[in-house]
Design a protein around this ligand. Structure first.
Ligand code: FPP
Ligand code: MG
Ligand code: MG
Length: 380
């Protein structure tokens, strides 16, 4: 029924699941302590883009049609130890104050897609929890004052509460993760949490002053890309991998899912770093031009630096001298740094698409293709 060549709305394919996402996340975050409850749920109030859960759900559907691993035993049908996910049980333990027998039952999409397992739906929620935890911590580190069009949690509640709320989210994400009863998936998502910190450390290390006016080298871009993988693409790629694993996909499919996520994640962050130069704070819902202010040299600046060695002195002193930020910004916009960043993002986006090109045709696969396309077209 679908017109070939017409763009699909990736959201429509998993709309039923997405409709329950925020509500389910808020249930996972319930705390008997009212102020913790409030800070923990704070970033779930404004609608985020929910890109990570959207990708996980689409990947779950798209890989459903792919070959299965020989050893796979569907936890929903296997006998013996009960490895199925009982949302009611999760809710009862995680949030004893809620009424476990009604709350989840009513809101579970009965008419949801049967090719998405409850464990994969839960994985989608876990990825958003980990992402939101990283935003709570990130806004403290970056001294950010706004997020998703509202005051940031650190501004609203202070640094201590924002950090603790982030830790709380990671704790609840870990409980939900353990309940999936899949050691490989637990290992993947735990590695993501470590990777987020490693990425942030690589970035911090890069904001140390170096008075010798460093020279641009190929390693400069490699370091940036490695950092970008750790801070952004690790979560997307490993959750894609986990989604395929939970569905019992064979090794080639699991690898393809990972490759899609890795390349899409890199494209996504490159575009993010580009928008920091090309869009206003009002358009982004968070401060624009923030990276230079933080002393960070991201892709647009690195490409400009390659053409304009004089940027080295500014990079070395982390754009701290009066007028540095503005000067660097002008040089970047004069160079084709923004254009080269966009071109590199496009390369990664195309790699993401070719990673899953051999998947059987489906609406979910079209949705993943559209996500890769939209990632480089987005302006917020
Ligand atoms: C946003 O980047 C931040 C991240 C993608 C990850 C940050 C990671 C940490 C703070 C490590 C600790 C986290 C955990 C979960 C243990 P950005 O500042 O470039 O983006 P922004 O413009 O949205 O602020
Ligand atoms: Mg930030
Ligand atoms: Mg940051």
């Amino acid at each position: 029924t679908k017109d070939k060549g017409m763009t699909v709305d990736p959201l429509r394919t998993v709309a039923k699941e997405m409709k329950f996402l925020t509500g389910n996340i808020r249930k996972l975050l319930g705390s008997g302590h009212p102020s913790l409850d409030r800070v923990a749920k704070y970033y779930t109030q404004a609608e985020g883009k929910h890109i990570r859960p959207l990708i996980v759900l689409l990947m779950s559907r798209a890989t459903h049609l792919c070959p299965k691993a020989a050893t796979f035993e569907n936890p929903q049908t296997s006998r013996g130890i009960d490895t199925s996910i009982s949302p009611i049980q999760i809710l009862a333990d995680v949030n004893p104050s809620a009424n476990p027998l009604t709350a989840y039952d009513k809101e579970m999409p009965e008419e949801g897609n049967p090719d998405i397992l409850p464990s994969q739906r839960r994985l989608a929620e876990i990825t958003e929890l980990i992402h939101t935890a990283s935003l709570l911590h990130d806004d403290v580190i970056d001294h950010s004052v706004s997020r998703r069009g509202s005051p940031s949690a650190n501004l609203q509640f202070g640094n201590k509460m924002a950090v603790l709320a982030g830790d709380f989210l990671l704790g609840r994400a870990s409980v939900a993760l353990a309940r999936l009863r899949n050691a490989e998936v637990v290992e993947l998502l735990s590695t993501v949490i470590a990777n987020l910190v490693e990425g942030e450390f690589m970035q911090l290390k890069n904001t140390e002053r170096d008075e010798r006016s460093p020279k641009y080298s190929e390693e400069t871009l490699q370091y940036y890309l490695q950092k970008t993988y750790l801070k952004t693409a690790s979560l997307i790629s490993k959750s894609c991998r986990a989604s395929a694993l939970l569905g019992g996909a064979d090794a080639a499919t699991v690898d393809a899912a990972y490759s899609y996520g890795r390349n899409l994640g890199l494209a996504f962050q490159l575009v993010d770093d580009m928008l920091d130069y090309t869009r206003s704070g009002a358009e982004l819902g968070k401060p624009a031009g923030a990276d230079l202010e933080l002393g960070l040299a991201t892709a647009p600046l690195l490409f400009a630096w390659k053409q304009m060695p004089e940027l080295g002195a500014l990079v070395g002193r982390k754009f701290e001298q009066e007028g540095d930020v503005q000067r660097a910004r002008e040089l970047v916009l004069q160079s084709d740094g923004v254009e080269q960043t966009r071109a590199l993002a496009q390369e990664y986006s195309e790699k993401a698409m070719s990673a899953i090109a051999h998947f059987p045709e489906s609406e979910a696969k079209d949705g993943l293709m559209e996500m890769a396309h939209k990632t480089i077209k987005r302006n917020k």
